[in-house]
Ligand binder design. Structure first.
Ligand code: SF4
Ligand code: SF4
Length: 176
């Protein structure tokens, strides 16, 4: 959409980005634990984007976008400008599972993203995440739920992520 101007005040995406701009999973740089493994993807791995994110990020050097069905995957070059990293990178290794609550309300449950288990040393829960990080991921998700297409995306992907989480629990319980 050439010429589209997105107002920071009105865009839930930009407000969610701003909410997460300065926070990290640990008080220290967790990339020191793993040599920044989650930024070392290849051409087959990337971050799923929320509706509207490609429009915000499309001009950033080093980003490529793959499209399949309704989904958009961002492939990066392994570096980015921090204020232009996508939501998925801002909240990793967490994922906000969104489920219908009473009436029109939506509930948010933060889980460790089961897709991160082969990658992230924080995914096993032995190192507690920074409390403020969890708080701000929840707050940013609440902001995003103001945007109906993003709310629908989160509801749909929450079902998929919950199913993956159940598979992981089942594998873990068999190993015990
Ligand atoms: S893989 Fe996990 S520990 Fe490593 S940089 Fe990414 S979020 Fe931090
Ligand atoms: S977009 Fe930035 S934060 Fe996200 S994986 Fe790429 S380099 Fe890492």
């Amino acid at each position: 959409m050439p010429g589209t101007v997105i107002s920071p005040e009105s865009s839930p995406l930009l407000r969610a980005y701003a909410t997460l701009d300065r926070t990290t999973p640990l008080a220290i740089d967790c990339g020191l634990l793993c040599d920044h493994r989650c930024c070392k993807g290849d051409d087959d791995s990337g971050m799923l984007l929320l509706p509207g994110e490609e429009l915000l990020l499309k001009d950033e050097e080093g980003y490529r976008f793959l499209h399949g069905g309704d989904e958009t995957l961002l492939i990066c070059s392994g570096t980015c400008r921090r204020h232009l990293r996508p939501f998925a990178c801002r909240i990793f290794p967490l994922f906000p599972v969104v489920t219908p609550g009473s009436g029109d309300s939506l509930n948010i449950r933060l889980i460790t993203d089961p897709r991160g288990f082969s990658l992230c040393p924080l995914a096993y829960g032995r190192i507690p995440l920074h409390g403020i990080f969890r708080y701000l991921v929840r707050r940013a998700t609440r902001i995003l739920l103001e945007d109906p297409p993003i709310a629908a995306w989160l509801l749909k992907h929450s079902n998929l992520i919950t199913a993956l989480e159940e598979v992981r629990f089942s594998i873990e319980s068999r190993q015990e």
